[in-house]
Design a protein around this ligand. Structure first.
Ligand code: UGA
Length: 434
């Protein structure tokens, strides 16, 4: 099949590479000339395990074709996927200006039986809106169908998730569009959920909001565990082994971040409000998530008596491991809070330093774990990178300064045995080795 992906961001580029790997001819339309040229030269604009290799492979086979030329990109396409950004506006609602601009730009170039598909996370009714923009701009008044096929990939696991979806959600009005969308995914496993367009748009928000709810729930449980002296890891294990609950997304910590959960929970809350519905539960989920970061800093402050002038070594800047993305990262928020309390912060991250510098230009970044922890008054683990797990680096710190605040509960507490160590995590009893 000949398809076009518009936008070479996370969803667009990873999806393009995977559709190309499935044997489709994929035009990847990206308006940024440099980005498009870089892609032709095998340069990937972000870190995603395995993506560089896959892009190289499918480009060599001629299956992936980056371009900035709209006409060339969509002339023969049977499916055109819109994968541009839908960032938050100031009021929390989704900013659809990029989607609308794309709709205007492509309208007159689309073939007659082509189906336009929204892959970006968009509020209910966006497909209708795109359809009316396209209709307005076409002289032949040919009705082009707009469908929805939301993406559920996780950053850091994108290729695996795209090649092994649990479900493929297809929201389309006509049999023609449904058939095309079923055909383009026919080599992939997972359930097919074929439904109407608005429902498909809602499934995406509902999924992200529910996962965010699980995280805020387990974080509140962790806070109560701290008060009563219980252990959240075992509570999560005990709860999660009930298949009605499930063990995924029950990892307590410093709250969710990234380019999706914060934005999508705000957008869903705002969609509900637009229809005069007060989505109280979701509003609490968002509030708990923010509070979890503040609470973590309060606990550090309590332990160190004051943060003023204290040197804090931060391990991890990205919003989770296996990505260089720092958007709405809990780590960045916590650094801001630590600094606001007078702490001197320096940080280390295996791949996120460059992006962190863009949003926090004055941040002190160290090249390794050993250098960042040297001479620090305490160490904070803020991202769940595997290399932080073993606590071997504690040996290089004098006993009186072996103070660790683990915001991700990644360290195996059974392995903590160095004299002088104080270890505090989230929802688990503190550990002191004398
Ligand atoms: C999320 C969803 O998981 C994807 O299904 C969805 O496609 C994507 O958003 C999107 O809408 O595009 P992503 O943001 O890449 O994916 O990352 P997740 O792995 O879901 O993690 C989100 C945040 O939650 C991270 O900060 C992570 O550290 C945190 N988290 C996750 C927890 O604090 N506890 C958990 O148990 C799980």
């Amino acid at each position: 099949m000949i398809i076009t992906i518009i936008g070479a961001g996370y969803v667009g580029l990873t999806s393009a590479a995977v559709y190309a790997r499935l044997g489709h001819t994929v035009w990847l339309l990206e308006c940024d000339e440099k980005k498009s040229q870089d892609l032709k030269n095998g340069i990937i604009p972000f870190y995603e395990p395995g993506l560089k290799e896959l892009v190289g492979e499918v480009s060599t086979l001629g299956h992936l074709k980056p371009t900035t030329d709209i006409k060339e990109a969509i002339r023969e396409a049977q499916l055109v996927f819109i994968c541009v950004g839908t960032p938050s506006r100031e009021d929390g609602s989704a900013d659809l200006s990029q989607v609308e601009t794309v709709a205007q730009q492509i309208a007159s170039h689309l073939g007659r039986s082509c189906v336009v598909v929204n892959k970006s996370t968009v509020p209910v009714g966006t497909a209708e809106r795109v359809q009316s923009i396209i209709k307005r701009s076409r002289i032949d008044a040919q009705e082009i169908e707009v469908a929805s096929c939301p993406e559920f990939l996780r950053e850091g696991n994108a290729l695996h998730d795209l090649l092994n979806p649990d479900r493929v959600v297809i929201g389309a009005a006509s049999e023609h569009a449904q058939k095309l969308l079923i055909a383009v995914h026919d080599q992939l496993p997972g359930q097919r959920v074929v439904t109407d367009v608005k429902t498909a748009e809602m499934i995406k928000y509902a999924s992200n909001a529910f996962l965010a709810t699980k995280i805020s729930f387990i974080n509140e449980m962790a806070n109560v565990c701290e008060l009563v002296g219980a252990n959240i890891e075992d509570v999560a294990r005990g709860m999660g082994s009930d298949p009605r609950i499930g063990s995924a997304f029950l990892k307590a910590g410093i709250g969710y971040g990234g380019s999706c959960f914060p934005k999508d929970t705000r957008a869903l809350s705002s969609i509900a409000a637009e229809y005069n519905y007060d989505f109280q539960l979701l509003k609490s989920v968002i509030e708990v998530n923010q509070r979890q970061r503040e609470r973590f800093v309060e606990k550090i402050q309590k332990k160190l008596t004051t943060l003023s002038g204290k040197v804090i070594a931060v391990l991890g800047l990205t919003f989770k491991n296996n990505t260089d993305d720092v958007r709405e990262s809990s780590a960045i928020d916590i650094i801001r809070l630590l600094r606001a309390h007078g702490a001197v912060v320096r940080a280390y991250d295996p791949v996120g330093s460059q992006n962190a510098r863009k949003i926090m230009p004055d941040i002190t970044i160290c090249p390794s774990i050993e250098t960042v922890v040297k001479g620090a008054d305490a160490v904070c683990i803020l991202t769940e990178w595997n290399e932080f797990q073993s606590l071997q680096w504690l040996e290089s710190i004098p006993p009186a300064k072996r103070i660790v605040f683990d915001g991700r509960n990644i360290c195996d507490v059974a392995g903590i045995n160095l004299p002088g160590t104080f270890y505090m995590s989230v929802g688990r009893p503190d550990i002191r080795i004398t």
